[in-house]
Design a binder for this molecule. Structure first.
Ligand code: PLP
Length: 387
């Protein structure tokens, strides 16, 4: 069967393979601690679940408008106003089945042979996978440990060419937990005034997971970028709703209708009850979010301190998201081999850094979206294994 060449170049997200293997080992009776998958271990708050159930009971069983129900699009705009005091036109909000869909839409909109797209390395693996799929050139933007894995504007500017069409940014970042300081974004916004042809995809899905007094800098706060900024966000992480499959994007006016058409061609609309649940999330109490983030902060400290006390492992303190990116280069292990050995021999699931790009070699990602007891047990198993 002849399929398109792009399918030979497409990648995937190894976190799902690790999840499947961890589940298999558990089913075989092994005691497995999963620090691999990137999702909160909390349940979706009860009032959100109830709103989803009520929507089904109330008969919300039909298609909704493709961009989402208007109350939800308006609630997204109000939420941004509440959190950042920034105005967003609800007509530019596109409700999508998960934050990931926005990167898919944005990358196929700009990617084709001859085009260049800049993406963070180490970074969320789907960026590079989708760029390769389109035939565009994936231009890696290395993130450095000594820099706290922040994005460097100088590094971006060095990689611009006449063919650059899209720059993908992600702060707080997966897999590193790196948070990019405001000065870097200020400098980028200034520099890109000379390049109005370049679009930006800012993946801000971890915008509520910040620690040590760090503030989130949303790219929406740069008026000079608004006409070419695609903002990716959603409910998956903030409200522990990964399985509901709902996210949102804010598109620039010139691109909104193109994105809407792609959505209509692909999935028609997001399932109605998830949209009503998403509305309850934004309009209801935010206390569960604050409590979850507080708990993650505690676990983060346990995990990072524990990692730093293991011989030959070191870990920069991550200031955002819910991942620690531990440097294992002194252990003598390659990242993927170590992740695999830890899972098979110690029952600890982590992700080898290479799964996030070549710059991830020498690191493993550990999610602290797991109980403190699990983290402590995982640390002692890792210590035993390494030493
Ligand atoms: N962006 C980043 C950086 C992520 O880490 C993830 C999920 O892990 C997503 C987007 C996708 O989120 P969703 O589950 O809403 O599709």
């Amino acid at each position: 069967m002849q399929t398109i060449n792009g399918l030979d170049r497409i990648g995937e997200e190894n976190a799902f393979a690790v999840l499947a293997r961890a589940e298999q080992l558990k089913a075989d009776g092994k005691d497995v601690i999963n620090l691999g998958i990137g999702q909160p271990d909390f349940r979706t708050p009860e009032h959100i679940v109830e709103a989803g159930i009520k929507a089904l009971r109330d008969g919300h069983h039909s298609y909704t408008p493709a961009p989402g129900i208007s109350a939800l699009r308006e609630a997204v705009a109000s939420d941004i106003d509440r959190r950042y005091a920034l105005e967003v036109d609800p007509n530019l909000v596109l409700i999508v089945p998960g934050g990931k869909v926005t990167m898919y839409l944005a990358i196929i909109m700009f990617g084709e042979p001859g085009a260049e797209i800049i993406y963070p390395d180490p970074g969320f693996p789907i960026y590079q996978s989708m760029i390769n799929f389109t035939g565009a050139t994936a231009v890696a933007l290395p993130l450095h440990e000594e820099n706290g894995f922040a994005i460097s504007t100088d590094d971006i500017l060095e990689r611009l060419s006449e063919r650059t069409r899209l720059i993908i940014l992600n702060s707080p970042g997966n897999p590193t937990g790196g948070v990019t300081p405001r000065e870097q974004f200020d400098a980028l916004a200034d520099a890109l005034e000379a390049r109005p042809d370049i679009c930006i995809l800012s993946d801000e899905i971890y915008d509520q997971f910040l620690f040590d007094g760090r503030e989130h800098v949303t790219l929406l706060s740069y008026p000079q970028l608004r006409d070419r900024l695609i903002l990716l966000n959603g409910w998956s992480k903030t409200y522990a709703m990964t399985g509901w499959r709902i996210g949102y994007a804010i598109w620039p006016p010139a691109l909104f209708d193109k994105a809407r058409k792609l959505a209509v061609n692909c999935y028609s609309c997001v399932n109605a009850s998830a949209q009503w649940a998403g509305l309850a999330a934004l309009e209801g109490s935010q206390v569960p979010v604050y409590e979850m983030v507080k708990e993650f902060d505690r676990r983060r400290q346990v995990l990072v301190n524990g990692l730093n006390s293991i011989e030959n492992i070191s870990c920069e303190t991550p200031h955002g998201a819910f991942y620690a990116f531990a440097n294992i280069s002194q252990t003598g292990w390659k990242a993927k081999e170590l992740a695999s050995a830890l899972l098979e021999q110690q029952g600890v699931a982590t992700i080898g850094g290479l799964d996030f790009g070549p710059e991830g070699e020498g690191f493993i990602r550990l999610s602290y979206a797991s109980s403190e007891a699990n983290i402590i047990e995982a640390l002692s198993r890792i210590q035993r294994f390494i030493t």
